[in-house]
Design a protein around this ligand. Structure first.
Ligand code: NAP
Length: 263
């Protein structure tokens, strides 16, 4: 991939900061977005000094409509931005019976609305140019709707479905869309206590996760699951899902419901 300019959200920490590092080392200029501008400035200075790429920082709370609109406007207008990494996200809402409704809607605003609007802001320009890259950070919890928490996996299932649909629409126009599904990755999204309670064999370092995700991008994958040993297992899951298609819409209800055609 020739050097381009990537806008990376949630670049002040964790996976986003590693994306910034790896993309800079590949020679790409960067625009880094998050709320903690001091951390962004520190990272920008370090990356620019180490790699010579240009690194701009923008402070924005992407769950805030005005801040989001500012980043959308930049993505719509700035011709030099040809890559977007939708990485910013929050988790850990706890059980639904105890969850704070404000936290839940803030999570949906960031994990779903911001990803949707930023992608929609850049997509027309990339499609018109016939080139560009959108990387969306989802999660393996997108494939496990039960047994974790209720809302976070649902937001990530949205991002997975959205990315697959984007790739179907934009891929033929020359735009690359990749959904990345990390498993448990060692970042500040988890408390130290949470990580300590999990088997070490299930936890990947953020550096290894992002390196695998970028290797998946280089390989042309639309869906990258860094920990999954054999992608054939995921392909079999998608094939089973696709096999339902011819039977998902009929003029009459299935016989098991015992319903007769109404006038
Ligand atoms: N770590 C894992 O185990 C794991 C597994 C699967 C998927 N993921 C996904 O990977 C992505 C990155 O997660 P991470 O583990 O790196 O989390 P992290 O270490 O907590 O970092 C989250 C980043 O998002 C930014 N952010 C949070 N709220 C924001 C807001 N309202 N507006 C703008 N930026 C905001 C944070 O920066 P500021 O606080 O400075 O704004 C920070 O840079 C998320 O989408 C997450 O769901 C993580």
């Amino acid at each position: 991939m020739p050097p381009q300019t990537f806008l990376v959200t949630g670049a002040s920490d964790g996976i986003g900061a590693v994306y910034a590092d790896r993309l800079a080392r590949r020679g790409h200029d960067l625009i880094l977005v998050a709320r903690r501008v001091d951390r962004l400035a520190e990272l920008a200075e370090r990356l620019a000094a180490a790699t010579g790429v240009s690194v701009e920082t923008i402070g924005a709370d992407l769950s805030d409509p005005d801040d989001l609109a500012r980043i959308e406007a930049r993505l719509r207008k700035d011709e030099k931005i040809t890559g977007l990494v939708n990485n910013a996200g929050i988790a850990n809402e706890g059980p639904i019976l105890e969850a704070d409704p404000e936290y839940l809607s803030g999570m949906i605003d960031l994990n779903v609305r911001a990803v949707t609007r930023l992608s929609a802001a850049i997509a027309p320009r990339l499609a018109a140019a016939g080139a560009g890259t959108i990387i969306n950070l989802t999660s393996v919890t997108a494939l496990m709707p039960a047994g974790f928490t209720a809302v976070y996996p649902a937001t990530k299932a949205f991002v997975l479905a959205f990315s697959e649909a984007l790739q179907a629409e934009l891929g033929p126009k020359g735009v690359r869309v990749q959904a990345v599904l990390p498993g448990i990755t060692r970042t500040a999204i988890w408390t130290g206590e949470m990580l300590a309670s999990l088997p070490a064999t299930m936890i990947m370092d953020a550096g290894e996760m992002v390196d695998a995700a970028l290797a998946g991008l280089d390989m042309g994958e639309t869906v990258t699951i860094p920990a999954l040993p054999d992608m054939a297992a995921y392909e079999a899951y998608v094939a089973a899902r696709n096999a339902l298609r011819p039977d998902l819409s009929h003029a009459h209800a299935a016989p098991r419901y015992g319903v007769t055609a109404s006038a």
